[in-house]
Design a protein. Structure first.
Lengths: 168, 168
DNA sequence: TTTTTTGCAAATCGTTTGCACGCTG
DNA sequence: CAGCGTGCAAACGATTTGCAAAAAA
């Protein structure tokens, strides 16, 4: 929730990771890539390409929208960023700080996102795959509903409608 | 509007369900809506708006694309159709034949979709919600990987790339 | 008749791309 | 210097919308 306006300081670990990814692919570490990586890791939570682009502009870095998209893509490939939709029709991203895989609870009332990790759930998915002789590569679990704050307050029909429009 | 000539046979149950939904909302049962409902339930599996529109055209029913989209939306609200993305950037739909909720295994090699239902998995999601005082309304679980046929055959880097592009 | 629906085409939204120029290795 | 990267603006694909004409209640 805290918006950091100061102190960029991307952890050196991330820069290093990006560097080796780029080197391995004969790609270059440009100023724009540094700046974007930095802006990404300044976000505490989820963000989208538009927001990121706005952030950069506000910070005085006029990186083009095209470059933002291209770079986000690159970061995803490098494993530095994760991409989710969270039910919306446009992509959302989050910095991959550790290797902390998690799933999401998404509030249909206020759009608040809660992250959770449940090993038993993961294990059971593995099991499902095994029983179908299916080789698991990736999975996405999104749970939509109402956070404690929004329970009772939300209009039933509005919620129904939102559910019908979800892009999941 | 044009009439279908061959063995439509939407189960009367579906028509009835649509009728009562429409009546409850003071909406009208038009020829287009009948025809589209019919086309939807003729699909065994998943389909998208474009495909459905093409089907209709091929069958001689020239329903406009706009109406297809509008009607799919309506059907989702009526609970007659379910909407998923299956990882793609456009919406996919499937007729809701019973109340058979299920999740999906999606092959990154051939796009084959396998449906599964695992009660224990559902229960565990309920549990996660409870522990977060979160009121579950809807959930979406998609597992991406390789079906038995595609295992071994798929190019590692191609798969990696597809995963990065998933819209989930 | 009154109200909802349709078709059309234009508009939107998020994202991608071709190209000429600029920068990194 | 050879490529890769960037900005720009135009292109894109999926979906939505305003409006006048057409159909249902």
């Amino acid at each position: 929730m805290t918006q950091l306006l100061e102190a960029p300081k991307t952890s050196p670990a991330e820069v290093t990771r990006l560097e080796s990814f780029l080197r391995a692919k004969n790609l270059k570490l440009t100023g724009e890539r540094r700046i974007i990586l930095d802006a990404i890791f300044r976000h505490e939570s989820h963000f989208d390409a538009e927001t990121l682009h706005a952030d950069l502009k506000e910070a005085g870095s006029d990186v083009s929208r095209a470059t933002v998209y291209r770079t986000l893509d690159l970061m995803v490939q490098a494993g530095l960023v994760r991409k989710n939709s969270l039910g919306s029709s446009h992509a959302n991203y989050e910095a991959a700080r550790n290797d902390d895989h998690h799933d999401h609870l998404i509030c249909l009332g206020c759009n608040h996102v809660i992250e959770f990790f449940q090993p038993a759930l993961e294990a059971m998915q593995e099991q499902v795959c095994q029983s179908h002789h299916f080789q698991l590569v990736h999975h996405s679990l999104q749970i939509f509903g109402l956070c404690p704050n929004c329970q009772g307050k939300a209009d039933e029909s509005v919620i129904r409608n939102r559910v019908a429009q979800l892009h999941t």
